[in-house]
Design a protein around this ligand. Sequence first.
Ligand SMILES: [Zn+2]
Length: 384
Amino acid sequence: MEPTQWNPFDQYVSKGLNAPSGEKPPERPMLATSVSQSRLITPPVCSSLPSFLKRRAEQKAARQDSNAKTPEGERREMISISVTFYPGSTLDSLPSDLVLLTSDSVFFYVHSHKLLSASDNGFNAILPRGSVQVPGGTPPLLAVPEDSTVLNIILHTIYNMSAAQFSPATQSIVAAVDAMATYGIPAKSYIAPSTPLYLLLLANAAINPIEIYALAASLDIPELAVDASSHLLSYPLPSLTDELTAKMGPIYFKRLVFLHLGRIEALKRLLLSPPASHPYTQICGSAEQTALTRAWALASAYFAWEAQPDLSITAMEAALYPLGDHLVCNECKRLLKERVTELAMQWALVKIEAKHEFVCRLVLKREGRFDVRHDIDLESVCEL
Ligand SMILES: [Zn+2]
């Protein structure tokens, strides 16, 4: 089948599968919007498809015949083929010479040389070195245990394309990255910043940060771990599973814990200093200013007990500004406002510093210069 023949099939089948009859089709091409999960299509069997597909279709048709209640004209055999990796695609200058069949019975037409060049183990030893083409021009079929969503991500990665438009679930992306090891594909080299897979993982970090963090940790990709960690400040550490803890390993687990504890400790430190005092006046002496200091201490104790690492500046200001509501001294009000503003700025900086320290520690660890058993002078290394 030629590419020019294939596209009309795509659109025809997609419309048939997804658009209710009589409903006006969307303006965007169906292939871009119609199949949200895996964007797979099910074209009719045609004479140019490999013989195994035709056999499968014939067997299914025979089964239908035996129970048949479907009118003759409506009987149609369908198979599922990837919309990206289909026969006659222009993904490579050469025609596809291999068909992969997933566990959910979707066919992917691929190029064996692409798979072999990405893999260091012959794609889990299922591909022979050299040409896989068999006499007669029919591409061989290989079954893989992954489902179509997972294989779709793996293949897009190998072809250096983004699978983001398929909106795969985080679990599928993680499964795809994990499966790459099986197929001898060095996932880490495909997850450098700005690569399609990195960007896909980054987008999912906002949704499932702990999954992405654990994956980044397991592959030792500090950049991705740091980006994911920025979404983990509100993550409840007690809910961390043994599986994820084991996956991220002790160093990245420690970083995550210290990211939380470090911010809370920093907040406690910042809260220690009360608003400044001023020279006594007729309306504001020692007793009045001591009352403000005491109120500040009470508020500090509340934060120390209740605060979460992701405490927002807005929440902080909303809790501290009301301390001035009952003050009659304008100078005390001004000093309180000044102190809260200063505290908000310091708290904003803590996040930046924590991230900086996080990066420094991970870089040191990657370079073999960081021993988790000993503290080191971070001041010096963070200036590198
Ligand atoms: Zn005062």
